[in-house]
Write a protein that binds this ligand. Structure first.
Ligand code: NAD
Ligand code: TYD
Length: 344
């Protein structure tokens, strides 16, 4: 492994992975390949300015010729695919973009990698492919029962990866990460959205009763898990990268408000997300036992660090919360919040 193509490397988790490798593994050359959608952000790679072992290329994983060109030009031997449309609520408003990137894009990336004769191909996937887990903890052999268009598109992408391993003998590995939080996360997902809204004393729209359960993982632990799977995972295998710290949404939100010293009166219960999965919970035993992966962050410490990062880096998120973001906010929340106000 020498020259690694990291697709989606200008996003939240991809950029944490790129920063980790570029800083700690000077012998690897990283090419970040990213379409720079609304969620892609070169500011996420700003700490790497001037690094000798990093190159950025703008492009779409669904563009076969574009990907082939980059694979050849940089003599790529390894692909790690983070590129995706990644937000469940947007997938409910507009599923098509998810099919285009998370399914068709993955196929095109696999095909380009196959034609190029790639060494290893890694797919970064999600616990959402397991669907709603009423009790217990998902393990890698559990069935797929995806419920949102996002989850269904990620499950489909994974199956394409599996097919290239079985059919063409491609060396592939897949990780399934749980809900990830930390610095540089686009402020539409629960934690960064609520931190940046609470910072301005704005209402926090909690879907349904707030009793849904998610399994929280710090972004640097997610990045180190992806690296472990990439370096040591067995070909054709899947590994859960789980925080193994499951919490009700409302407890997370109250903890956040406590850390920020903000009142609970900011909480507004709004109409639930359609098809909302009640509970995600995964076991990380396989990655821990077989790969020796260990988490470094507890949720309390990680959340405090994340809050502090957003408070210290308003330059990063204030310019995001304009333009297209406000259009999305209006579509997703305006009616929900108005309805909540009128019934309270
Ligand atoms: P993100 O939305 O922050 O970043 C996605 C990146 O992919 C952006 O930089 C975007 O510009 C890029 N991209 C989108 N379409 C592209 C295309 N067609 N070609 C090239 N680049 C494209 O997402 P994230 O939260 O960093 O998630 C990264 C990966 O991890 C995704 O595959 C996601 O499904 C998976 N994942 C995320 C979480 C989470 O909690 N955020 C949890 C588990 C797994
Ligand atoms: P999110 O960060 O969108 O991640 P995912 O849907 O992938 O789990 O949401 C995390 C949880 O928080 C999920 O149960 C939905 C809930 N949520 C809200 O209650 N209000 C919000 O405004 C958002 C964005 C999420």
């Amino acid at each position: 492994m020498k020259n690694i193509l990291v697709t989606g490397g200008a996003g939240f988790i991809g950029s944490a992975f790129v920063r980790l490798i570029v800083n700690d593994y000077p012998n690897y050359h990283i090419v970040t390949f990213d379409k720079l959608t609304y969620a892609g952000n070169l500011d996420n790679l700003q700490p790497l300015k001037g690094a000798q072992n990093h190159t950025f290329v703008q492009g779409d994983i669904a563009d076969l010729e574009g990907v082939r060109g980059v694979l050849e030009e940089h003599d790529i031997d390894t692909v790690v695919n983070f590129a995706a449309e990644s937000h469940v609520d947007r997938s409910i408003l507009d599923p098509e973009a998810f099919i285009r990137t998370d399914v068709f894009g993955v196929y095109r990336l696999l095909e380009a990698a196959h034609q190029h004769g790639i060494g290893r191909f890694m797919q970064v996937s999600t616990d959402e492919v397991y669907g709603d887990v009423e009790s217990g903890f998902s393990t890698e052999d559990d069935n797929f029962l995806p419920n949102s268009p996002y989850a269904a598109s990620k499950a489909s992408g994974e199956l394409m990866v599996r097919s290239y391993h079985v059919t063409y003998g491609m060396d592939t590995v897949t990780s399934r990460g749980s809900n990830t939080y930390g610095p540089y996360q686009y402020p539409e997902k629960l934690i960064p959205f609520f931190i940046t809204e609470a910072a301005d004393d704005r209402s926090l729209p909690v879907y349904g009763d707030g009793m849904q359960v998610r399994d929280w993982l710090h972004v640097d632990d997610h990045a180190s898990g992806v690296l472990k799977v990439l370096e040591n995972g067995k070909s054709g295998e899947v590994y859960n990268i789980a925080g193994e710290d499951i919490r009700h949404n409302i407890d997370v939100i109250k903890l956040l408000l406590d850390i920020m010293d903000k009142p609970q009166s900011l909480i507004k219960y709004v109409r639930d997300r359609e098809g909302h999965d009640r509970r995600y919970a995964m076991s990380a035993q396989k990655a821990e036992k077989e790969l020796g992966w260990e988490r470094q962050h507890t949720f309390e410490a990680g959340l405090k660090q994340t809050v502090q990062w957003y408070l210290d880096n308003e330059w990063w998120w204030r310019k995001i919360k304009t333009g297209e973001y406000l259009e999305y906010y209006k579509k997703q929340y305006a009616e929900r919040l108005a309805q909540a106000e009128s019934t309270s």
